[in-house]
Design a protein around this ligand. Structure first.
Ligand code: UDP
Length: 414
């Protein structure tokens, strides 16, 4: 364990069980570990990250009620899953923290808890144990500004217990929303992003992927020309029906652009996606299309062959795309993805929204607008400008860099 200041300082991370939530919190943990903190991850037992990728972290599983519904079960709604998970975890988290405190050496400080806003039962536990805590929100700051508290149970009364709220964002991306949040809430609002770019270089090869990455697509990308490939991924939760899959497939095929498409297991309701493709489709695309179950996305977006990203507009995918200056085709599915789509298409103007039901012709047209026409080139220019602003943001004296320092000082002072 490393030493920080006048005693060991342990941070306990409490992630929510989805890919888009685990990844940024572990990135924040990696950054804080490089600043001298020791990191413990209290994660739900049912869905654990690859611990070998983070050899310096301690992973402690939280036992869960066996009957907990899964988020990947389409018949169960999101709020039910979150509510059950929170009530199931509360006691085990409390027991884990009590045991940790009892085992502490005298010179050690009390642990500071950094929890995902969806793990809102953590608030009750830290309040009861009088522990310092920080809330981490994995979405954009704008969603928090526009979303009424009632829809996000984690936000209510967080000011009573949390010392700050951290976002994987930057002032250069969401200044108006961040300014408003700072006026509304009485705790520091700290946009520290892009986290994957702030993490120490040595950690860039580690992954927090919950599905095995198929790296063979990089060799395929190496054979493609600059900015020619459209990368297609709808994240770790969104799913399609068979008709939507067929429209997507023919839209991609008829666009005549090379494409790299992620079709993870479960991404088509009730079917194995690849088995649904006709021979006709396979012959049409030949070597022009490459399909994988899970890609090393950050590496893909940084590849010079990738000129566009068709995304569901999850926040991680959005910030990863902008960080590499890649413009987007937006196809949101639910919740905060609609807000990000609006930002991408109307505020930053680095993407095109697919608005109606998925239709092959509309898809083909959007791909050509983004990948071939002047309109797409202008978006690529604006995306390159945003990329540059983000690079400045994480350098010494930049807003994300300063927010990170503020977080470190705050943790040391609580
Ligand atoms: N991702 C990946 N490989 C893939 C698809 C996605 O590594 O083939 C990662 C992606 O880089 C991102 C995360 O999965 O960090 C998805 O998070 P996001 O917030 O974009 O969407 P969610 O899955 O939460 O809907």
């Amino acid at each position: 364990m490393e030493k920080h200041g006048d005693g060991f300082h342990r941070l306990v991370l409490v992630p929510y069980l989805l890919q888009g939530h685990v990844t940024p919190l572990l990135q924040l943990g990696t950054i804080l570990h490089s600043r001298g903190f020791s990191i413990t991850v209290a994660h739900t037992k049912s869905y654990s990250p690859d611990t070998s990728s983070h050899p310096d972290f301690v992973f402690l599983p939280l036992p869960l009620d066996e009957s907990m519904p899964s988020i990947h079960n389409n018949s169960v709604d999101f709020v039910t899953v979150i509510t059950s998970l929170n009530s199931s975890c509360r006691v085990s988290l409390q027991e884990l923290l009590i045991e940790m405190i009892q085992k502490q050496e005298q010179h050690e400080r009390l642990p500071c808890i950094i929890y995902d806003s969806l793990m809102y039962s953590t608030k009750e536990v830290v309040h009861h144990l009088k522990l310092p805590s920080i809330m981490f929100d994995t979405s954009c700051a704008t969603f928090m500004r526009v979303c009424p508290e009632i829809q996000k149970p984690g936000y209510s009364s967080f000011q009573d217990t949390s010392s700050a709220i951290v976002f994987n964002s930057s002032d250069c991306l969401e200044r108006p929303s961040l300014t408003q949040l700072r006026q509304i809430y009485k705790v520091p609002i700290l946009p520290i992003g892009p986290l994957h770019k702030l993490a120490p270089a040595a950690s860039s090869s580690t992954t927090s992927s919950l599905i095995e990455e198929d790296k063979s697509c990089i060799a395929w990308l190496d054979k493609q020309t600059k900015n020619s490939v459209i990368y297609v991924s709808l994240g770790s939760i969104a799913s399609l029906d068979e008709k939507e899959l067929t429209e997507m497939a023919w839209g991609l095929a008829n666009s005549k652009q090379p494409f790299l498409w992620v079709l993870r297991p479960g991404s088509v309701h009730g079917s194995e996606a690849i088995a649904l493709f006709s021979n006709d489709f396979k012959e049409n695309i030949g070597e022009r299309g490459y399909i994988v179950k899970w890609a090393p996305q950050k590496q893909v977006l940084a590849h010079k062959a990738v000129g566009g990203f068709w995304s569901h507009c999850g926040w991680n995918s959005t910030i990863e795309s902008i960080s590499e200056g890649v413009p987007m085709i937006c196809r949101p599915f639910f919740g905060d993805q609609n807000i990000k789509t609006r930002y991408i298409s109307h505020v930053w103007r680095v993407g095109i929204e697919l608005e109606n039901d998925l239709q092959g012709e509309e898809i083909e047209r959007a791909i050509r607008r983004l990948m071939v026409e002047n309109e797409g080139e202008e978006m690529r220019q604006r995306a390159a400008d945003l990329k540059q602003q983000l690079e400045i943001s994480i350098q010494k004296g930049g807003p994300s860099y300063d927010s990170l320092n503020e977080l470190v000082e705050l943790i040391m002072s609580v």
